[in-house]
Design a protein around this ligand. Structure first.
Ligand code: AMP
Ligand code: GLY
Length: 440
């Protein structure tokens, strides 16, 4: 892909470290693209990557949870920094595994240990953590299978709609919001008895419904200190006007207009600082990204969820705004050296539009040939794609993320959608309303 999307403030390629990115989504493609501004291609590796990876890095073939293969690659390529993209390896203890492997003695890892990733891996743990450290979040109760009848009773404490969450990782599908009490009670049976989420549903969390606009915020942490990255709004539903099924995210916008300095100060004081202090108090050495899924309830931020990684497709609008030497900032976070640092970013509006396969988030076909424009003003991040010879084929639900930058939402939308129409594949599906609700 040729792109004219340039940021004059990106640092020159002068640092000598070697970085391995783990993951295969649009988020990891955006990391590879951004890190490639700071690092020569021969020093950047990604595994397993996707159909776009070869543009920026050496693409390796192992999965992000194959810890043995990862340790072998760290030794073979003398990797200095491992950037862990998705949550699975983190929740499964990649940090602990690699720290105990002699082949990784000199490796720095960006991503928390299992005791930090559990903030994402268990909704109950996250709620207890917030409760203990006075972090604003919805009222809740948690229940195991043998407490199904108490859970059904507990629903009556709240007004509809009812929010029921599987405790564990459920590929973004574990949260349901239902209008009727009977539906909510039936859902509890499906989770506990029919095991619709497998072991992730051995426990559930029932929450009070909060109404407001959502925003994703990100802190890059070094264990003690943190820097805030730009915020983003994610469009989670498949259909226009936020209708239909929940997806991993169909588009994003950054910056988010309602995040003014008053709101931001509340986020820092009430949420980010207490979270960082809570981690210290609980002896959780968190080196990596904390993703705060927030909701703006009448001007007051509350936490919907924590994730222990960057968002996808939030990363695709956040990273193009970041200036300076990002690769070094990541290394500093992984090395505990963020004290006194800031993340500098521009104020341009970035919009990402996801091109998905027809049928997503339910079943869809793969293997459709993708035609990309030769020259394009937008960035085209690959997600569910693979390369076969010279061809790029669809290989997942979310196929590409098209990101464009502008001085207004209108300008960014115009550039992004122009590129959207220049990309072709059978079944191309997207939302045409990304960013429209944020126009003033
Ligand atoms: P989660 O996986 O916890 O982020 O939940 C997925 C989505 O469900 C969120 O992005 C919200 O849109 C919605 N949601 C979760 N919890 C609540 C809540 N307590 N009140 C309103 N909406 C919620
Ligand atoms: N876009 C939401 C997530 O990454 O979880």
């Amino acid at each position: 892909m040729t792109s004219t999307h340039k940021n004059p403030n990106f640092a020159p390629k002068h640092i000598r470290m070697k970085i391995l990115i783990l993951g295969s989504g649009g988020r990891e493609d955006a990391f590879a693209w951004r890190i490639s501004k700071d690092l020569a291609k021969e020093n950047l590796f990604i595994s397993p990557g996707n159909g776009g990876s070869e543009q920026y890095a050496t693409q390796l073939k192992f999965s992000a949870v194959d810890f043995n293969a990862i340790a072998a690659a760290v030794a073979e390529y003398q990797i200095d920094l491992l950037v862990v993209g998705p949550e699975d390896p983190l929740v499964n203890g990649i940090r602990e595994h690699l720290e105990n492997d002699d082949r990784c003695k000199n490796l720095k890892i960006l991503g928390p240990g299992a005791n930090g990733a559990i903030l994402e891996g268990s909704k109950e743990f996250a709620k207890q953590f917030m409760h203990k450290h006075g972090i604003p979040t919805a009222r809740y109760g948690s229940f195991t299978e043998n407490q199904a009848s108490e859970a059904k009773e507990f629903l009556k404490k709240f007004n509809p709609p009812y929010v029921i969450k599987a405790d564990g990782l459920a590929a973004g599908k574990g949260v349901v919001i239902l209008d009727k009490l009977e539906e909510a009670q039936d859902h509890i049976d499906q989770v506990f008895h029919d095991k619709m989420f497998g072991a992730a549903g051995n426990k559930i969390v029932i929450e009070e419904f909060l109404a407001g606009m959502e925003v994703s915020m990100f802190a890059l942490c070094d264990g003690k200190n943190y820097v805030m990255l730009p915020e983003a709004k994610d469009y989670k539903r498949i259909g226009e006007g936020d209708s239909g099924k929940n997806t991993g995210g169909m588009g994003t916008v950054s910056p988010v207009p309602f995040v003014d300095s008053i709101f931001m100060n509340k986020v820092i004081e009430r949420i980010v600082e207490p979270t960082m202090k809570g981690l210290q108090t609980d002896n959780i050495d968190f080196k990596g990204f904390i993703f705060f899924g927030l909701i703006n309830v009448d001007g007051n931020p509350m936490v919907i969820e924590y994730n222990a990684r960057m968002g996808d497709p939030e990363t695709q609008v956040v990273l193009p705004r970041i200036e300076g030497n990002f690769a070094q900032l990541l290394m500093d976070a992984a090395s505990g050296n963020l004290e006194g640092q800031k993340c500098t970013f521009n104020n341009k509006t970035n919009i990402a539009v996801i091109l998905a396969s027809k049928g997503y988030p339910e079943s869809y076909n793969k293997g459709k040939e993708i035609n990309l424009p030769e020259n394009c003003e937008a960035l085209i991040f690959h997600a569910g794609t693979k390369k076969e010879g010279e061809k790029i084929l669809t290989n997942g639900g979310r196929v590409l993320a098209i990101t464009a930058m502008g001085s207004s939402i209108d300008e960014a939308r115009e550039k992004a959608y122009k590129a959207v129409y220049e990309v072709h594949f059978n079944g191309k599906t997207f939302r045409s309303d990304i960013g429209l609700d944020l126009k003033r």
